[in-house]
Unconditional design. Structure first.
Length: 202
């Protein structure tokens, strides 16, 4: 698999410049491929709508309002409350509102069972803000706190290092992500195919 993967990444190196539209597509892909660590909630209603919106990579005012309504529900459990903070942070990131995401994700850090997911999503907030050093720091903290989907950390760090034009480190982290979650490989195949046909904006 590495022999196939390296030519794809060589194309990235040859292009050497990653455009804003490429990063936008990659970010949208991230949300759709669950590199955010949304948290499952129990129950129905707004708490469930918020979770499903985060899981599917949605953003927008309707999803945000569902989460805010869930947070204000009288009988919400502690677990669902803090999970909803994480899911709302993901939705804010998907809506390109990282400052609002940071506020609610910091709130989610108050509950031990949502710390790892909060740190990953905070890393994504700082990635959106182009504060790549802080994003890497938060991804590492998420790993140290036991995030279950380690492939998300590796993929996100690959994106950061690609953005920093450190192709060697980007390849290293992408390879680690693919070893854990092979479906990431499909993304790179599609990306290379679109680059060859000129449909991928660089």
């Amino acid at each position: 698999m590495l022999k196939i993967f390296l030519p794809i990444l060589y194309e990235i190196k040859v292009k050497n410049i990653i455009s804003a539209s490429l990063l936008t597509f990659v970010f949208l892909f991230m949300a759709q491929k669950n590199v955010f660590a949304y948290i499952t909630v129990l129950g129905e209603g707004d708490v469930s709508i918020c979770y499903k919106s985060a899981k599917s990579g949605q953003g927008g005012i309707s999803a945000i309002n569902s989460c805010l309504s869930a947070i204000n529900e009288v009988g919400i459990t502690k677990k669902n409350l803090y999970a909803t903070y994480v899911n709302l942070g993901i939705i804010y990131n998907n809506s390109k509102r990282p400052d609002q995401a940071i506020k609610v994700l910091n709130k989610a850090l108050e509950y031990d069972k949502t710390i790892a997911e909060s740190l990953l999503s905070l890393g994504n907030s700082f990635y959106i803000k182009k504060n790549y050093e802080e994003a890497i720091k938060l991804y590492d903290q998420s790993l140290n706190r036991g995030l279950k989907d380690i492939s998300a950390i590796y993929f996100n760090k690959g994106l950061v290092y690609e953005r920093l034009n450190d192709i060697k480190l980007a390849v290293n982290f992408y390879q680690k992500a693919i070893e854990i979650k092979p479906e990431y490989y499909d993304y790179f195949q599609k990306r290379a195919r679109l680059q060859r046909t000129g449909e991928w904006d660089n």
